[in-house]
Design a protein around this ligand. Structure first.
Ligand code: UT7
Length: 332
């Protein structure tokens, strides 16, 4: 569990962008590939369709439009970004990092750039890191990207995973501000639960393992998710001394409508304050929270002064929350 840092520098999000590939795959299409049905998927997950990257699209390709959109909103052409963090479990390749590739594409010359791996919670971890760097005066303009091309690491004959996930990316610009945007964070991990969501043949332990696809114990992850979404949200609210009724916009990780509904009820937050887009995108891992945030901005739900609560969870097992006042204004 990570506590709150103390800094004289106020920090906020000044730009937000998102991108999802054009290709839509419906539940009916999936039911031609595996033994499943629209009815089962809707009842157990609330997912109607998801986006899948084209063969030619790697993570940097779907991240670039999201990054450009976020930078444009922040009034930057990208050349003044001095820190770039990409949260993902599906980088273009292990190295060079996708963040270094993106920094080059954006003209962010000499920016510090690295990828971060924390499963579906990656975006929350990266956000906290960017906050820390800006609050410490080490960065003046940080770009945080959360994105995944999970379709590449799915076993397309495994009905228990293939129905859940999709591809997408989102990005935010993090900068010093005149007033606090970020108010409190909470992060954590439980490696003992790592076996419930893992990618066997993906690293130095089992590099030759032909199983290069996501393996998941859905029921265990479901139980974990239902617990930590509530716990982490309550912890971050406690840290700032806020109550759930103060929250205007709640952006939970978009994994499954049932998990979100459970957290919403337990927390006692009115459903109209909850952002849900998992029905149209599935679980996009690190792309999930910034995609949902961008949707909330586009439909006018994120207004200046809104108190925003975000909570992620995923492989690791990991979780993390951020509480922020939506300000969008950078330091004068
Ligand atoms: O970022 C974190 C990522 N992961 C998650 O969020 C996953 C969390 N877990 C879940 O969302 C749910 O556990 C699932 C949606 C994966 C599964 O729902 P469930 O209600 O927990 O179903 P279950 O695993 O208990 O399976 C019930 C039945 C099983 O058949 P039997 O053993 O009862 O005969 C499964 O074989 O449903 C079967 N099943 C399917 N049937 C049709 C599993 N997947 C499918 C499918 N279509 N796609």
């Amino acid at each position: 569990m990570i506590g709150n840092g103390r800094s004289d520098i106020h920090v906020t999000i000044t730009g937000l962008g998102a991108y999802a590939p054009e290709r839509v795959i419906t539940n009916d299409e999936l039911s031609k590939l595996v033994d499943t049905s629209d009815e089962w998927i809707m009842e157990r997950t609330g997912i109607r369709e998801r986006r899948i990257a084209a063969d030619s699209q790697a993570l940097s390709d779907i991240s670039l439009p999201a990054a450009r959109q976020a930078l444009e909103q922040a009034g930057s052409d990208g050349t003044d970004v001095d820190l770039l963090i990409v949260a993902t479990v599906t980088p273009d390749m292990m190295f060079p990092s996708t963040s270094a590739i993106l920094a080059d594409q954006l003209g962010a010359k000499d920016a510090a750039a690295y990828d971060l791996s924390a499963g579906c919670t990656g975006f929350m971890y990266a956000l906290v890191q960017a906050y820390g760097m800006v609050a410490a005066g080490l960065s003046r303009r940080a770009l945080v990207v959360g994105g995944d091309v999970l379709s590449r690491i799915l076993d397309w004959s495994d009905r228990s995973t293939v129905v859940l996930f999709g591809d997408g990316a989102g990005a935010v610009v993090v900068e010093p501000a005149d007033t606090d945007g970020f108010l409190a964070f909470e992060l954590g991990a439980d490696g003992a639960g790592g076996e419930h969501l893992w990618l066997p043949g993906s690293g130095s332990r089992r590099f030759d393992d032909p199983e290069r696809f996501v393996k998941m114990n859905g029921r265990e992850v479901f139980k974990f998710a239902s617990r930590v979404l509530v716990q982490s949200a309550e912890d971050v609210l406690d840290k700032y001394g806020a109550k759930i009724e103060d929250v205007d916009v709640y952006v939970p990780h978009q994994a499954n409508v049932r998990i979100i509904d459970h957290a919403t009820k337990k927390l006692g937050i009115p459903s109209e304050r909850v952002v849900i887009n998992v029905d149209r995108y599935g679980n996009t891992s690190s792309g999930s929270i910034p995609l949902a945030l961008a949707e909330a901005q586009a439909d006018g739900r994120l207004s200046p002064g809104s108190l925003v609560l975000m909570t992620g969870m995923g492989a690791g097992l990991t979780w993390g929350s951020a509480l922020m006042r939506w300000t969008m204004g950078r330091a004068a």
